[in-house]
Design a protein around this ligand. Structure first.
Ligand SMILES: [Zn+2]
Length: 492
């Protein structure tokens, strides 16, 4: 009898282990996070009334936890009575601490990038399976109409439809506490920037490209793609390394501000441009130059920006998921404060913030690169196209100015300088003592998205060619840069 029980127990443990492994396998592919932010609201119509969902910023959240969380309030209105539920939502893993909702795994936004056959946990760890796609036409009460490609999730009798672009629950069986309601999305302040993202890369497309290119040999040049670390919400930050055998390195950074997605799009296309044109690859190889491109330092900002309401687009997509502006977060002479850091009140209020995970990852990675001869950080939204260089702390700044002016004249940009206010290029210049510039590549008008990002092929391609020109200039003038580096190192 005892043997039987022991065997049975062993059998159960083995089954549990297998199922845990199975779960890991199905879900580790995409980070299990949500990309909603405070001030977002959703309104669903049900057969008996309505369900309102409001998301709020948790007071003092920065002191309370390193983990970003929201306060969720759910109002259920049926006939003449209303019930209110609430809870705390952890953004990095969709888990909740709630009172009465019965939501341990947030059921209103699933992770993006899921596919048919994947499993998703909702409510109190109920396992839903994705069984297919369905196009749903929805009309919101503000007059907006969307045709959404939805994922169909099923578990027993329950069926739920989630939009594949936003991850948001659109319609189906909704469980709130003891209730089960059939709900349909009727109102929200979220905005679908599906059209704009036809031209631009997002984190999921970048991840696909990273997988595709890793460990390939193109035109005799070896390409390695690696994750240099993860964002606050668990997304990999990719670095593309072309001609890994090269003795010198030029580094291009994009997507520090998620609102400036053009910088990520251009960075990714830059990699493609080098890999498609043999002449550019030859240029790298013959100069023993390695090209390192990090297209998206702030994937959580990018993913938030795809759906944030217009009023909150800049705030939430510029910063990371803890609302810190990464380009005010690099630890070099941060006590020098500049104007722009005050642009968004929630962003970077501390004078000496600790580096965020994204910043830490980049710093650590750059420290491993031997002979970095050039660093360039791409941004957009400044009033003109401009090359910005560091000035104000050391005697050799004038050489940096010369380099910046030459680069600017090659691509017909303006030239300007800043002091250190926590930007990546200032840290590279000041702390690593390497030549570093910032490129402001685009300025548009109308909506916040359009101010920062072009929505046409021609303009994007144009910027890619400008960045290529800068890199050609750097490679052609390697000698000047080497002499400059020697002078910099003498100064230590
Ligand atoms: Zn920027």
């Amino acid at each position: 009898m005892r043997v039987t029980i022991t065997l049975l127990a062993l059998f159960i443990i083995v089954i549990m282990l297998i199922s845990i492994r199975h779960e890991d396998k199905t879900r580790s592919a995409v980070p299990d996070c949500v990309d909603l932010r405070a001030a977002v609201w959703l309104r669903y119509q049900t057969s008996k009334g309505e369900v309102y969902v409001h998301l709020y910023l948790v007071k003092d959240y920065k002191n309370a936890s390193q983990v970003p969380m929201l306060y969720v309030v759910v109002e259920v209105k049926e006939h003449n009575c209303a019930h209110t539920y609430s809870g705390y939502l952890f953004l990095h893993n969709r888990t909740m601490i709630d009172e009465g909702l019965g939501w341990y795994k947030f059921p209103l936004q699933i992770p993006r990038g899921l596919q048919v056959e994947d499993h998703v946990l909702l409510y109190s760890n109920l396992d839903f399976k994705i069984t297919g796609y369905r196009i749903l036409d929805i009309s919101l009460d503000d007059g907006r109409r969307y045709s959404l490609k939805c994922l169909v999730l099923r578990r027993g009798e329950d069926i739920m439809f989630f939009d594949s672009f936003s991850g948001v629950f659109i319609k189906g069986d909704l469980r709130i506490g003891e209730r089960k309601l059939y709900a349909m999305l009727k109102g929200t302040n979220l905005v679908w920037r599906t059209e704009q993202y036809r031209f631009h890369v997002d984190w999921y497309k970048l991840r696909e490209y990273a997988k595709e290119m890793n460990n390939t040999i193109v035109g005799g040049v070896k390409v390695i793609v690696k994750s240099i670390g993860r964002s606050v919400l668990g997304r990999d930050i990719y670095a593309f390394i072309l001609n890994i055998e090269g003795s010198y390195a030029a580094v291009v950074l994009g997507g520090v501000h998620g609102s400036e997605i053009v910088s990520s799009t251009v960075s990714m296309r830059l990699v493609r441009e080098f890999l498609e044109y043999k002449e550019l690859l030859k240029l790298l190889a013959s100069n023993r130059m390695k090209l390192v491109v990090i297209p998206m330092l702030n994937p959580d900002g990018v993913e938030a920006g795809k759906i944030m309401p217009e009023d909150y687009f800049l705030l939430y997509s510029r910063a990371n998921a803890r609302l810190i502006d990464l380009n005010r977060n690099f630890p070099y002479r941060l006590s020098y404060t500049g104007g722009e850091s005050r642009a968004c009140t929630l962003i970077h209020s501390e004078i000496h913030p600790l580096p965020e995970p994204e910043v830490k990852a980049l710093m650590k990675f750059l420290l491993t690169i031997d002979n970095m001869v050039f660093f360039m950080d791409i941004h957009s939204g400044a009033l003109t196209k401009v090359v910005i260089y560091p000035l104000g702390v050391r005697g050799l700044d004038y050489l940096m100015r010369d380099l910046a002016e030459n680069v600017a004249s090659v691509i017909q940009y303006d030239c300007a300088f800043t002091g250190p206010i926590g930007q990546s290029y200032w840290w590279v210049y000041g702390a690593l003592k390497r030549p570093a510039l910032l490129l402001e590549v685009y300025r548009g008008e109308d909506s916040y998205f359009e101010i920062y990002n072009p929505s046409n092929e021609e303009e994007i391609e144009n910027i890619v060619q400008e960045v290529v020109k800068v890199l050609r200039y750097i490679i052609d003038n390697k000698e000047f840069i080497m002499r400059y580096l020697e002078k910099l190192s003498e100064q230590r």
